[in-house]
Design a protein around this ligand. Structure first.
Ligand code: PRP
Length: 180
């Protein structure tokens, strides 16, 4: 039913599994003895975090934040509002921020700086998708699943008007969907 709205698939289900497995191996090495706190930014992080956590072979803790950034304004204000905060302290903890996509870079940059300000021992970022052509602030994720071109993508956590997050792959919507 959802598939009929998709013009092309950018990252297949199989590719996502491979990405999670590869990144999971790297993260297992990096964080083996660090008892990291893996922080997902809701809601987009959920599917990717689900597959990634299963590939991280160590003790870790999981937490979530919900932040809203002001997209599409005339100016890039960089305002990020915290709708739900972490319930545990990040002081002296190694934090791994898990994202579905880094686009302008605003959300992740602000949250990374906030967690460092709160006393985290380290803050690194893992993202399923990186869209460097969308950047308005300087930011390079530490772990990148796949770099994508300047296209509006949905699926595997990414939404259009809150829909399509449950697509099991990442794709580009047909233009007529926007014009409905
Ligand atoms: C999306 C996405 C990232 C952010 C990336 O979240 O999940 O958190 O935007 O964009 P940026 O690099 O331009 O800041 P959104 O605020 O749309 O919330 P959602 O996760 O609930 O979709």
């Amino acid at each position: 039913m959802l598939e009929k709205d998709i013009e092309k698939v950018l990252v297949t289900q199989e590719e996502i599994r491979e990405i999670a497995s590869k990144l999971g191996k790297e993260l297992t090495q990096e964080y083996q003895d660090k008892f990291p706190l893996v922080v997902g930014l809701l809601n987009g992080c959920v599917p990717f975090m689900g597959v990634l956590l299963g590939e991280m072979d160590m003790h870790l803790e999981v937490g979530f934040m919900d932040v809203s950034s002001y997209h599409g304004g005339i100016e890039s204000s960089g305002d990020v509002k915290i709708l739900k905060d972490l319930e545990i302290s990040v002081h002296n903890r190694h934090i791994l921020l898990a994202e579905d996509i880094v686009d302008t870079g605003r959300t992740i940059k602000v949250i990374r700086e906030l967690l460092l300000y709160r006393g985290a021992a380290s803050v690194k970022v893992v993202t399923l998708l990186d869209k460097p052509t969308g950047r308005v602030v300087e930011f390079v994720p530490d772990y990148i699943g796949k770099t994508i071109p300047k296209e509006f993508v949905v699926g595997f956590g990414l939404d259009y008007e809150e829909k399509y997050r449950n697509l099991p792959y990442v794709g580009v919507l047909k233009p007529e969907v926007y014009n409905k």
